[in-house]
Design a protein around this ligand. Structure first.
Ligand code: UTP
Length: 414
């Protein structure tokens, strides 16, 4: 049983969010229950606080941002390469390695109606992105003679469709006991006055809480527990939308084990100073990522004696975490970032409003903010053309067309 009408009213009045009840009488019983469950679950104080921070000017002036050291895969000598390979391969063979794919994004820029992983980038085989990804796990499983667990983070919106897609495709002939789905968290969206929006169904409009929500959602959904039961110690957490993502890389794993740190990440050299990517850095002495929106022009253009960008290690969302670190991060709260978005909603008279400019705030946490909670991490610089073919936009840069060309080139298909 969820909370009563009176309790809902009391809670909403306390937080000045009574507009949520404007269309209550028009809702059917099932929807009323859904709304009651939301009101019971949501931390309205948190949303009101997040709204206040959305209105504040964010300043990074007091942060000390410095370049971070990294290992360049291409420049490793034979001895180092062998050492990392041996360490990484042994851990994989011993079943200590797993892969997690973040597939909870909305993919608004791509504009595909289904989950991004179901998208066909136009290869002759018409493989979906999910199939392109599982191919690499299957190949590694064969090579190391071990089944590698694959965890897929979905969102409330795309969870069912994602699971159905895997079912329909017979889990791409991978062992289905080694594929698990879990849903990421969500948070209400509010308007520019801090009022929580109501969606077309008449209930609170919620949106995914960003890829940083992965830590708490792995804990909440017992994914870390499942990993431990299987003897898994490491999780590569990567994006769904990079068709060249190297999800099983013994060198990254070996380097992280060798350096005795709990996390690692991959970088590619930033294409030019104004490329819209976050770059690895040291922030107040801790590893982190400085977003392209935060970095000054001067810093982004700074070069060293070799002529390379000082802040040039782009974070490509390829992250490696020890399971223990995932649990530690899950016990803390990552900061939220605010995005100003277009969001349709029901007004107080029950009319659907479809805005033509941003009208709402969405709160998201980012996976790389977790690095800050760890004292050290290992960064492996890899080659862009070998590991980075993002599918973000419908056309132009980082589109299915560019990703397809990079994929074909890498696999010598042309
Ligand atoms: P993006 O930040 O590019 O977002 O996600 P997106 O939702 O896919 O696309 P746009 O911005 O709406 O066009 C980078 C990676 O993080 C995942 C995405 O699925 C993608 O793999 N992600 C993002 C989540 O899993 N959850 C989120 O809440 C956000």
């Amino acid at each position: 049983m969820s909370i009563s009408y009176e309790e809902m009213k009391r809670k909403l009045e306390k937080y000045n969010q009574m507009q949520i009840m404007s269309n209550y009488e028009k809702l059917d019983d099932k929807t009323k229950t859904e709304l009651a469950e939301q009101i019971e679950r949501i931390d309205f104080e948190q949303i009101n606080d997040l709204y206040k921070t959305a209105k504040e000017e964010v300043s990074f002036e007091n942060d000390v941002i410095e370049p971070i050291s990294y290992i360049e895969k291409d420049k490793l000598n034979n001895e180092e390469l062998e050492k990392y390979l041996k360490l990484g391969e042994s851990a994989i063979k011993e079943g200590k390695y797993s892969v997690v794919t973040m597939a909870g994004g909305q993919g608004t820029r791509l504009g595909h109606s289904g989950p991004k992983g179901t998208f066909d980038i136009g290869l002759d085989s018409h493989k979906s992105i999910f199939e392109i990804l599982v191919d690499t796990i299957k190949e590694a499983s064969e090579k190391y003679n071990v089944l590698i667990p694959w965890y897929i983070m979905t969102s409330k919106e795309n969870n069912e469709q994602t699971k159905e897609f895997f079912e329909k495709n017979n889990y791409f002939n991978y062992n289905k006991d080694y594929i698990k789905f879990f849903e990421q968290g969500k948070l209400p969206m509010c308007d520019e006055q801090g009022k929580i929006l109501v969606n077309e169904k008449g209930i609170i409009k919620e949106a995914s809480d960003g890829h940083g929500g992965i830590f708490q959602s792995m804990k909440r959904n017992s994914i870390t527990e499942d990993m431990k039961q299987r003897g898994v110690e490491w999780a590569f957490i990567g994006p769904v939308d990079n068709v060249l993502v190297k999800m099983v890389d013994p060198i990254l794993l070996g380097a992280v084990i060798d350096k005795k740190v709990l996390a690692g990440g991959k970088s590619v050299v930033k294409a030019n100073p104004s490329e819209k990517v976050g770059v690895f850095c040291k922030r107040n002495g801790k590893p982190g990522v400085v977003e392209y929106t935060e970095i000054s022009k001067e810093m982004s253009e700074q070069v060293n004696e070799e002529g390379e960008l000082v802040f040039g290690e782009s974070h490509i969302n390829c992250n490696l975490f020890n399971v223990q670190a995932i649990e530690e991060v899950a016990n803390k709260n990552l900061p939220y970032h605010v995005a100003h978005k277009k969001a349709s909603y029901l007004d107080e008279n029950g009319n659907l409003v479809v805005p033509d400019k941003p009208n709402a705030y969405k709160f998201e946490s980012f996976i790389f903010d977790a690095f800050d909670m760890l004292n050290d991490m290992t960064i492996l610089r890899v080659k862009r053309e070998e590991e980075f073919a993002p599918v973000k936009n419908a056309e132009g840069t980082d589109s299915p067309e560019t990703a397809r060309e990079l994929y074909k080139k890498f696999y010598n298909m042309q």
